[in-house]
Design a protein around this ligand. Structure first.
Ligand code: PLP
Length: 396
């Protein structure tokens, strides 16, 4: 069996059509799009055409797009740029389950004197929208909420969130890095002010992202230098990768139906198979309101050990745990969803793409139950916290 790649929320394979679109910009037509000679103008024209294609895909104006180097940069620019543009307001609202590229920026802003309201999610990963409504004040500068969660795939109800923020006249920034390219996102229908996307999540290469800035939304640039991107992001544009992003958008459009049907069917087959064959497996996230490619389970063993054993078989997945100061930290997303620390350390995320095949899913279903069984047999049975004697009291 070849490599089985089930880590598509981390990154995806570059589509051959994307590479084909990029290559001429790297070999023959490598001019600087800002140069005024014909060679530069050719690169400039390629970039203009690519911008038209990306904006058609998102249903927005070309002038509303700023190309960046990645999703993280888009998130940083959106948050810091929007806050700097409205210095009189000092309150931000977000959720507990955002990506670190949002949460870490917001915690920095908190250190700089901003008040931060971080909304809880329920056990299914969804928000209580009354809490969002209640959190907004006349001092709120920005609401920063993701579209879909990268670990569980849970989708937040964007239309309702837009309505609430509009009612209160608060700008809304959406990290749509896990949705754009997987499901249709129509910015002519959703009145979002700022929206971040990342190419490598949908078959463009790593190193290209974009920020949508709705016409009229105030933003201060973070990267200072030349006048590129209408003075909103300095630095020579990465023409080849922008062209690749445009092709990736078109391919995504052609494949939305496949994500909705074929990918969903394979994901559900994987989940049903795991639920039937792995005792104690708990699926994470709302059953319906989530991306069709994402599956996240807590197993009654260490998730990292499962990943290592899958890796030996050529199957690549991930856990939500992060390595912090030499120890494994359980996923903040699963902890927010009320999973215990021990449960969260047993998490494994399997994420499919349009390239995933039935044979690959069958292979995983054949091997995974035995892996969990083997690990269960060697996992020490630790008493749950509440059964441990209180050492302080025992000494007294
Ligand atoms: N936001 C979300 C929800 C993500 O899933 C990711 C990547 O995993 C990012 C932001 C960061 O994107 P990038 O890897 O392009 O910097």
């Amino acid at each position: 069996m070849e490599n089985i790649y089930l880590d598509n929320n981390a990154t995806t394979k570059v589509a051959p059509e994307v590479l084909e679109e990029m290559l001429p910009c790297l070999t023959g037509d490598y001019g600087n799009p800002s140069s005024i000679h014909r060679f530069g103008a050719k690169a400039g024209a390629k970039m203009k055409e690519a911008r038209e294609r990306v904006s058609a895909f998102l249903h927005c104006r070309e002038s509303e797009l700023v190309f960046t180097s990645c999703g993280t940069e888009s998130n940083n620019l959106a948050i810091r740029g929007a806050l700097e543009a409205t210095p009189d307001k000092r309150h931000i609202v977000t959720t507990k389950v955002e990506h670190s590229s949002v949460l870490n920026v917001l915690h920095r802003m908190e250190k700089l004197g901003y008040a931060l309201t971080i909304l809880d999610v329920g056990e299914d990963g969804l928000l209580d929208l009354d809490n969002l409504r209640d959190a907004l004040t006349s001092n709120t500068a920005l609401v920063s909420i993701m579209h879909a969660n990268n670990e569980t795939g849970v989708l937040f109800p964007m239309e309702e969130i837009v309505n609430i923020t509009k009612e209160h006249g608060v700008p809304l920034f959406v990290d749509a890095i896990q949705t754009v390219g997987k499901i249709p996102v129509d910015l002519s229908k959703l009145e979002i002010d700022l929206l971040a996307i990342s190419g490598h999540k949908f078959h463009a290469p790593k190193g290209i992202g974009a920020l949508y800035i709705r016409k009229g939304t105030r933003i201060r640039p973070m990267m200072l230098g030349g006048p590129q991107e209408r003075n909103r992001r300095a630095g020579t544009e990465n023409v080849a990768f922008i062209a690749g992003l445009a092709r990736a958008c078109e391919l995504a459009e052609e494949n939305f139906m496949r994500m909705e049907t074929d990918v969903r069917r394979l994901r559900d087959k994987l989940e049903d198979g795991i639920a039937a064959a792995v005792p104690g497996a708990k699926r994470n996230g709302h059953k319906e309101k989530r991306l069709t490619n994402t599956s996240n389970f807590c197993f009654p063993v260490e998730g990292e050990a499962v990943l290592l054993m899958l890796d030996e078989l050529g199957v690549y997945a991930s856990s939500g745990s992060a390595c912090a100061s030499g120890a494994l930290e359980p996923s903040h997303v699963l902890r927010a969803m009320n999973r215990s620390e021990k449960e969260a350390l047993g998490a494994v995320r399997l994420t499919l793409s349009r390239c995933t095949t039935e044979k690959e899913i069958d292979f995983v279903l054949e091997k995974l139950p035995a892996i969990i069984e083997k690990l269960s047999a060697i996992t020490p049975k630790v008493l749950p916290d509440f059964d441990l004697p209180d050492t302080k009291q025992a000494a007294e």
